[in-house]
Design a protein around this ligand. Structure first.
Ligand code: PHE
Length: 341
């Protein structure tokens, strides 16, 4: 048995296998194969008992040298493979800074939001503050405190979404008038934007949920001309200085006198077209002088204080301002639509 010859072969094989290696994990297998407890070097040691005694130190020494040599080879190749692996990773992760970037999809302000921001700015500039009220209201705040009598048709199930015998989804933002007067002493100057609910079917011009902006001013000596001046200002700010305004006598239980506000048609300018049903005018809000009963019920003395209020359909303002003919697009949030603003 020529163990020296065996060692020579092991050396040749190991050198070849290790230098040809290109995967780090295979290196571990080779370490086991040559240096492991049952590895090839160990097997040479195991066979030492079977050779001539004077041969043993020679073979033993050569086996130890080879063992050291293979260990070194393994370490060298480990370094080589680790370097190669790192290089590969760097190449794979390389960023081409000259490639065009991915443009993030930017959102836009919703048309309703644009309008309310404009209106809020106009009113806060005039010293108004923003008030809020709950969307779930009691009959008292939505109707009774607003001087709407028990059997008024507005209280009908057909118009109002009741939650139970007492509570309902507010049908207008006017209850915020009451909350504000209950909580604050005059003078009052507020606008109250918010959602309102009515039991309407959804179509191009109706939605069961829509938006209103309530306005309320109460102080000593507030007159109808204050109402007119304020409304003129906001219409001009929203639709331009050339807009004509008209006050039409109307009726709301919570204002006296009451007036419907029209603006000259934004499409035809007053000549008559399909948008304004040939009238030349577009109705944009209800308004009036706060009814003495409403002031009284909220704890204000109508002999000392007077006020005006208005309520604007905020969605309709957006439709008119942007020439949109279907209210539904305001709620569908289709990016293609929203991106036009
Ligand atoms: N609340 C009324 C409506 O919803 C609008 C309005 C508000 C009228 C304030 C007059 C004063 O139609």
């Amino acid at each position: 048995m020529d163990l020296l010859k065996t060692l020579e072969n092991i050396e040749k094989d190991a050198e070849q296998e290790l230098t040809e290696l290109d995967e780090l994990k295979e290196l571990e297998e080779l370490r086991v194969k040559y240096l492991g407890k049952k590895g090839e070097i160990q097997q040479v040691f195991n066979k030492m008992g079977k050779i001539e005694p004077e041969q043993r130190p020679v073979v033993g020494k050569s086996a130890n040298i080879l063992k050291q040599k293979i260990e070194n080879l393994i370490n060298e190749n480990q370094q080589r493979l680790e370097k190669a692996k790192e290089k590969k990773r760097l190449v794979a992760e390389k960023i081409d800074v000259t490639l065009p970037g991915n443009k993030p999809k930017l959102g836009r302000a919703h048309p309703l939001k644009v309008i309310i921001d404009e209106i809020t700015e106009i009113f806060t500039g005039m010293g108004f503050s923003i008030a809020e009220g709950p969307e779930v209201e009691s009959e008292y705040y939505n109707f009774a405190a607003l001087n709407i009598p028990e059997h008024h048709p507005a209280r009908d199930l057909q118009d109002t979404l009741y939650l139970d015998d007492h509570y309902l989804l507010r049908t207008h933002t006017s209850p915020v008038q009451i909350h504000t007067m209950e909580e604050q002493d005059p003078p009052i100057r507020i606008i109250a934007p918010g959602k309102v609910y009515r039991s309407d079917e959804l179509d191009a011009s109706h939605s069961p949920i829509f938006h209103q902006i309530e306005g309320l001013v109460v102080d000593k000596d507030i007159t109808f001309s204050d109402l007119k001046g304020t409304i003129k200002l906001i219409v001009e700010a929203l639709f331009g200085e050339n807009r004509k305004i008209r006050f039409r006598p109307s009726y709301f239980p919570f204002t006296e006198p009451s007036a419907e506000v029209d603006v000259s048609c934004i499409v035809c300018g007053g000549e008559g077209c399909s948008l304004c049903s040939r009238s030349g005018w577009l109705e944009i809000m209800g308004s009036g002088m706060v009814h003495p009963n409403v002031l009284r019920m909220s704890g204000y003395d109508p002999d000392i204080y007077s006020g005006f209020a208005f309520g604007v359909g905020w969605d309709r303002l957006a439709l008119l301002k942007y020439g949109i003919d279907d209210i539904r697009v305001l709620y569908e949030n289709d990016r293609r639509f929203l991106h036009q603003f």
